[in-house]
Design a protein. Structure first.
Length: 100
C-alpha cells in the first residue's frame, strides 16, 4: 500500500486537530458529597473537554482522586483520538446476552 502526500496531510491535520481537542483537569477542590451523600473526603472536579465541561465528584484522598482523573482523561483522549472506547472488544454481544 502506498501513501500519497494528501494521505500524509490528512493524517497530520487529524493529529493537529486532536492535539487541539484535549481533555484537561481544570479544577479539583474539597467539597461536600453530591446530593448530601454521607461520609467525608469528597472532591469536586471539572474536566475541560472539546464539548462542554465535565463536572463530577470523587471520594477519597486527593492523591487517589488525581490518579483517577489522570486515568480518566487519558481514556477520554484515547477515545477522541481513535474513535473507539478503550474497553471495546470489537465484537458484538451474543444474542443470548442481549435478550437477558
Amino acid at each position: 500500500m502506498t501513501h500519497t502526500a494528501s494521505d500524509s496531510a490528512t493524517q497530520n491535520s487529524k493529529r493537529a486537530r486532536n492535539e487541539e481537542l484535549r481533555y484537561t483537569v481544570i479544577s479539583v477542590e474539597k467539597s461536600d458529597g453530591p446530593g448530601g451523600a454521607d461520609g467525608g473526603n469528597w472532591y469536586r472536579y471539572i474536566i475541560d473537554s472539546p464539548g462542554a465541561p465535565i463536572t463530577g465528584y470523587r471520594r477519597g484522598d486527593k492523591k487517589d482522586v488525581l490518579n483517577y482523573l489522570q486515568e480518566c482523561t487519558n481514556k477520554l483522549q484515547e477515545r477522541l483520538t481513535t474513535g473507539k472506547s478503550p474497553r471495546a472488544t470489537g465484537r458484538k454481544p451474543s444474542r443470548a446476552a442481549v435478550s437477558k
